[in-house]
Design a protein around this ligand. Structure first.
Ligand code: FAD
Ligand code: FES
Ligand code: MG
Length: 280
């Protein structure tokens, strides 16, 4: 649980993105693309889930990449090489179903780019033709550009403000790819990770084109072992627990409104805690 390397990928107030390499030999041995860990920064703190972005089994190291969005991620970003986490559990969740689907579009938004990277690499190794679509609010928030370019056969970038790549959203590019007239290419799978509105729109667009779509959900988690029920989500009308039944689900079967409402449940408390923590 010792931090062996630390890099600041985005140095931006209130939205910094940090990469940590952490010594965790048992997790490095077992972690597969699509899985995550749950960690505690200190004994008094909460548990938060983060995706295992990379691993080096021979060195016993896992890589996490996270955005500073609130108290715990800010406290985590304050740790330095040589510091230890208080607790770390994983790998958790089902691994991504990796096989040769054929042509795959992988869509990532914001820090979701870190979460799509291991999946893009695994799909490529399995022989898929990868079209990656990466999005960020602005150029300085775009991470892992080179890594994603290497993991894909075709690579598109969108920024909301047009500061880099195409102006607009990942979903604009997705729509173009799917409707590319006069000769639309047949895609076999879409895989998306990002903010809920982005994933919801990906699902909405891809449904029209009949392309199977998988998303990795960022549902609120507490124990991440299927006991507390905090991460519940409705999929095909049935209650599922994101931590043990997911985190990946069929995007066309998710009750997106419910997921958004549940993720906003503690917004007031999160703001309050952050103010008291006076982390800048
Ligand atoms: P807070 O101020 O407490 O919350 C800010 C927002 O973060 C909330 O509104 C909510 O949307 C989300 N959040 C807060 N607590 C939790 C929680 N316990 N579980 C899930 N979401 C929460 N983020 C990354 O930056 N990189 C990753 O690789 C990554 N992987 C994830 C994998 C999974 C399976 C899940 C469920 C989430 C992942 N997240 C990832 C989101 C990350 O867990 C939250 O950003 C983090 O918990 C925020 O904690 P905070 O105290 O700093 O922020
Ligand atoms: Fe408690 Fe999933 S986080 S059941
Ligand atoms: Mg928190």
């Amino acid at each position: 649980m010792i931090i062996v390397d630390k890099k600041t990928l985005v140095d931006c107030r209130d939205a910094g993105i940090v990469r940590l390499d952490i010594s965790a030999p048992e997790i490095a041995k077992k972690a597969m693309p699509g899985q995550f860990v749950v960690l505690m920064v200190s004994e008094a703190g909460e548990r938060i889930p983060l995706t295992v972005v990379d691993k080096d089994e021979s060195k016993g190291i896992i890589t996490l990449i996270f955005q500073e969005v609130g108290l715990t991620t800010r406290l985590l970003a304050r740790l330095n090489v040589g510091d230890s986490l208080y607790a770390l559990a994983g790998p958790l969740g089902h691994p991504t179903a990796v096989k040769n689907y054929g042509r795959v579009i992988i869509v990532g938004g914001g820090v979701g780019l870190a979460e799509i990277l291991p999946v893009a690499r695994a799909f490529k190794r399995a022989g898929n033709q990868i079209t990656a679509v990466a999005g960020a609010r602005t150029k300085e928030l775009l991470i892992l550009e080179n890594e994603l370019a290497q993991a894909s056969d075709e690579f598109h970038i969108a920024t909301d403000d047009g500061s880099y790549g195409r102006r607009g959203f990942t979903t604009d590019i997705l729509k173009n790819l799917l409707s590319d007239n006069p000769k639309p290419i047949a895609y076999n799978l879409i895989y998306a990770v990002g903010p809920i509105p982005m994933m919801k729109k990906v699902a909405w667009i891809s449904r029209d084109y009949g392309v199977k779509t998988v998303v990795s959900l960022n549902a609120l988690m507490v124990d991440a072992t299927g006991m507390c029920g905090c991460c519940r989500v409705t999929v095909s009308g049935k209650t599922k627990f994101s931590c043990v039944d997911g985190p990946e689900f069929d995007a066309h079967q998710i009750d997106w409104e419910e997921l958004q409402k549940r993720n906003d449940i503690y917004l007031d408390k999160e703001k309050h805690i952050c103010k008291q923590g006076e982390i800048k």
